[in-house]
Design a protein around this ligand. Structure first.
Ligand code: GDP
Length: 536
């Protein structure tokens, strides 16, 4: 295990970088992300009682009415950043919306993270949303650390969980802790790294205590409630998986090809201390990003950062917009004048903030890995680079191919211009993909999103911000892929079975499909490499 560097201040930028961990949680709704987040914050001392996160969720709905949808549905549409410090390490947890319809935002947030914590429900294994989010981790080659949650409930056996992860995600699952007893018999975890048994014993009232006793394996098993046969089976399992963690290829872990797997129960705190201690050591410090020339941008250069999320109208009083910037190099200072790489415009960083949930705090300095929130940024778009000194441009945020489609027309035929302009801006902000309708007549446009609920955001914002009420009608499309700017590929595709080649509002070619069969036929015709899921 590498020693975590805790000496910070005297080591300049390198020291600040070494003391930061910026990560996001990927999971399917209900796997336990909120519960685990709360435990992380408790562990870091950022909150002092369990339940605060849920209370905060509730309070936030009462306090913020910037978007009616958020209240109506009782879900969190937006991501924010949770920060906590522990033992000299600053953790930036990029919180992502839990609802599956807002996964595009979650995708983008992952681009700003250096590693992912994957939470899996022991009974359900890898679920659909986790699978999709994992694709982004794979694209970025970031390490993924797995926590198998709810081990206090009936579920798969641990070996089954490992196979499930490997089959669904194509990643090598490396056990780092091992549960003893399943479901109601769950009573502890064996630490495969430190080689100690964390045993949870019952108190006088018969309930398991949250504090583990740390015992050598044999003694621990003796003190457990497992019978002779179960103990022998446990030994056999350990023999099978024994040294996998020690033998783990660090390079594979760093590239996201192998994931250490911990077992536990976030709700009951079982296996949690052990997990949190190792998480601190396994999660990597911020790494340099590639610039648009494909070179790694040194962390110690002057300040630079990119916008990974734009959020309009957090304050309903005036039309404002918040840009979330991930710092990629150097020191960010309040009051500094930076440039926007898109157009060279100069901007004074007068009121940078950190956002902890809905709380805004003025921010004086930030370093690589940190997230800075900027208000009223004007002509930012998702992916915009900001820099001080030597120019740099990052091109790191891909667009994800949409899965839901609607045709949009203006309710008022005299507002066609507003329709096009409004949708173009929302497209630039990354709220929705906008396409020309294949063979259409120009007064209608096609919208595509990753999550269906996103259409409500579009309707709402078109009405309130662009004074254009829109009609959305269903279409028969079910999938889309961007195409390379290659006449031959486009011609081949047009000749293939049931394809609809069109262009997005920025002029990039894209093909729409009405069935999986048509998509598969197209893959055969032009190859998977010419049908792009992500557009840069
Ligand atoms: P999220 O949707 O992923 O944020 O999931 P939550 O953290 O809100 O958890 C979903 C439900 O599972 C809640 O009712 C939790 O109390 C419950 N839960 C979370 N972790 C555990 C656990 O370790 N064991 C059990 N039995 N229930 C859990």
């Amino acid at each position: 295990m590498p020693e975590v560097q805790t000496k910070v201040k005297e080591n300049g930028i390198a020291g600040e970088v070494a003391s930061r961990r910026t990560f996001a949680i990927i999971s399917h709704p209900d796997a336990g992300k909120t519960t685990l987040t709360e435990k992380l914050l408790l562990y870091g001392g950022a909150i002092h009682e369990a339940g605060s996160i849920k209370q905060r969720k509730a309070a936030r709905h009462a306090a913020s009415d910037w978007m009616a949808i958020e209240q109506e549905r009782g879900i969190s549409v937006t991501s924010s950043v949770l920060r906590f410090e522990k033992d000299g390490i600053r953790y930036n947890l990029l919180d992502t919306p839990g609802h599956k319809d807002f996964s595009e935002d979650t995708f983008r947030t992952l681009i700003a993270a250096d590693c992912a914590l994957m939470v899996i429900d022991v009974a359900k294994g890898v679920e659909e949303q986790t699978e999709k989010l994992f694709e982004v981790c794979r694209l970025r080659k970031i390490p993924v650390i797995t926590f198998v949650n709810k081990c206090d409930r009936p579920g798969m056996e641990p070996l089954e969980v490992l196979s499930n992860i490997e089959e669904k995600l194509g990643v090598t699952a490396i056990p780092a802790s091992w549960p003893i007893g399943y479901g109601a018999d769950f009573q502890g975890v064996y630490d495969l790294i430190g080689k100690e048994l964390n045993l949870y014993k019952k108190n006088k009232h018969g309930a398991l205590k949250a504090d583990a006793e740390l015992l050598p394996l044999e003694q621990g098993l003796e003190e457990s409630t497992l019978g002779q046969a179960a103990r022998e089976a446990y030994f056999e399992e350990l023999e099978l998986i024994g040294d996998e963690f020690d033998a783990m290829d660090r390079g594979q872990f760093q590239n996201g090809e192998a994931s250490p797997v911990f077992f536990g129960s976030a709700l009951n705190n079982f296996g949690l201390d052990l997990f949190l201690n190792y998480f601190r050591e396994l999660a990597p410090a911020p790494k340099p990003y590639e610039n648009d020339k494909g070179e790694l941008h040194n962390l110690e250069k002057d300040f630079s950062g990119f916008v990974f999320k734009l959020q309009a109208n957090m304050n309903p009083e005036h039309r404002d917009c918040t840009a979330f910037v991930r710092v990629t190099s150097g020191m960010f200072k309040r009051g500094m004048e930076v440039k926007l790489a898109d157009n060279g415009r100069k901007l004074r960083m007068a009121t940078p903030h950190s956002l902890m949930g809905e709380e805004r705090k003025l921010l004086d300095t930030a370093y690589p890995g940190d997230i800075v929130a900027l208000f009223n940024p004007g002509d930012f778009r998702i992916g915009s680079t900001l820099y001080y000194g030597e120019p740099v441009n990052f091109d790191v945020i891909p667009l994800f191919s949409p899965e839901h489609f609607r045709k949009a027309t203006s309710k008022d035929p005299f507002k066609r211009k507003q329709l096009r302009e409004g949708l173009k801006q929302l497209s630039e902000e990354g709220v929705v993909n906008v396409f020309e309708v294949p063979g259409g007549v120009g007064n209608e446009l096609l919208l595509g999103t990753v999550g269906a609920l996103q259409f409500e955001v579009v309707e709402h914002r078109m009405k309130t911000e662009y004074k254009a009420e829109i009609n959305l009608t269903p279409t028969t499309y079910i999938a889309a892929r961007w195409l390379p700017d290659d006449e031959k590929v486009i011609a081949k595709l047009k000749a293939a079975y049931s394809t609809n080649v069109t262009f997005d509002i920025e002029g990039h070619p894209i093909v729409l499909f009405e069935s999986m069969y048509a998509l598969n036929t197209a893959v055969e015709a032009v190859g998977e490499e010419n049908l792009l899921r992500f557009k840069k």
